[in-house]
Write a protein that binds this ligand. Structure first.
Ligand code: ATP
Length: 344
């Protein structure tokens, strides 16, 4: 289903929870709504679902304004974080529920439920009750139940939050594959950036009720359009005064310019490891953390603390060791603008 939202606002009394949000979502896309707690993600989802009335703005499905349609007429499936399964019903009856409500013929229900049970890897579990399933299995029942009435839009609110870390990763991949295969437009809410980056075709960053940026995970990482997005996605250090960095001469003439430095913008090493030593600045190793595949290194340059990674193949550094630091690029921003600058 193609979705368009124009100028969406939601006020709870004096509190403005969603502010002038507009976006479009193409059919079959998997979108992650990402942002800090209280930013307005759930409120946006609930307005799309028809569970909350917008204070102003339009919600358009397939070119038709649906603001006044009740939830059951919007062609939507839901999955919530706490499964919300019917405890007294078997897996089969949970999945069949939406179809029974619609008074679908019994044999059609049976066929559809069994195909979803198979699709969600729950074959053989049809007669179990929710308490006889693992968290991951219960969440798959919730997906199957949401998919049974053949929704055109699937809304998922923190669908993986209640599941332990190991199964969560598996379930994410599984969900992404399944949604791709079925081609259902889907929107999921998360506050976990790794989850959004791994799963979503496009991410919408929501902060303080506003849509800060919408784009592919790579776009957002590589070209953040606001300071908030830059610091929310990926690891980084913010340097208050760009004068403290070597290179970046041009930026120094912009008053109030700050720099955001990502780990991969930095190269560190012993002095002899750099061919162009003139471009480096002296630094010191503060801490080293072994990460299995590489070292995470905390480095200090003057009073700036930076984080970077170093391959295991290179010479081992020691805490307290004097090193050279080369900052290749910086993400710069001031009150008016944001831009990326290479160290020249
Ligand atoms: P979280 O990740 O914590 O669920 P969120 O980004 O989904 O956060 P929302 O649940 O949309 O945020 O809430 C946005 C803001 O609106 C919050 O400050 C919340 O307290 C407020 N809010 C939500 N629902 C209501 C309500 N029914 N009445 C008053 N305020 C509300």
């Amino acid at each position: 289903m193609h979705i368009e939202v124009r100028g969406l606002n939601k006020q709870f009394g004096d509190f403005h929870a969603v502010r002038d949000v507009s976006f479009e979502i193409g059919k079959g896309q998997l979108i992650g709504l990402l942002g800090p707690s209280g930013g307005g993600k759930t409120s946006i989802l609930r307005m799309l679902a028809g569970l909350e009335t917008p204070s102003s703005g339009d919600i358009i499905f397939h070119g038709k304004r649906v603001n006044d349609l009740p939830p059951q007429e919007r062609g939507i499936g839901f999955v919530f974080q706490n499964y919300a399964l019917f405890k007294h019903m078997t897996v089969f009856d949970n999945v069949a529920f939406g179809l029974k409500v619609k008074k679908v013929a019994k044999d059609v229900i049976r066929e559809r439920v069994m195909s979803l049970v198979e699709l969600t890897g729950l074959k053989g579990f049809e007669h179990r009750y929710p308490h006889q399933l693992s968290g991951g299995q219960r969440q798959r029942v919730a997906f199957a139940r949401a998919l049974a009435p053949e929704p055109q839009l699937l809304l998922l609110d923190e669908p993986f939050a209640a599941i332990d870390a190991k199964i969560r990763t598996e379930l994410r991949t599984w969900l992404k594959d399944m949604i791709e295969r079925l081609g259902i437009t889907s929107i999921f809410v998360t506050h976990d950036q790794d989850e959004a980056i791994e799963v979503a075709d496009e991410i919408m960053i929501i902060n303080k009720g506003r849509l800060e940026q919408k784009g592919t995970p790579w776009d957002i990482y590589k070209s953040p359009q606001t300071q908030f997005v830059a610091s929310f996605i990926g690891e980084s250090t913010i340097v208050d005064q760009v004068e403290q960095l070597k290179g970046f001469e041009e930026a120094k003439s912009w008053p109030g310019t700050k720099a955001l430095i990502r780990p991969e913008y930095i190269e560190i090493g012993k002095r002899h490891e750099f061919r162009l030593a003139s471009a480096t600045v002296p630094g010191k190793v503060k801490h080293l953390h072994f990460r299995g595949s590489e070292w995470m290194v905390e480095v200090v340059v003057g009073d700036i603390k930076l984080i970077t990674y170093r391959s295991l193949e290179k010479d081992v550094l020691q805490p307290g060791e004097d090193i050279s630091v080369l900052i290749h690029r910086a993400y710069l921003f001031n009150d008016n603008d944001t831009w990326i600058m290479e160290n020249k």
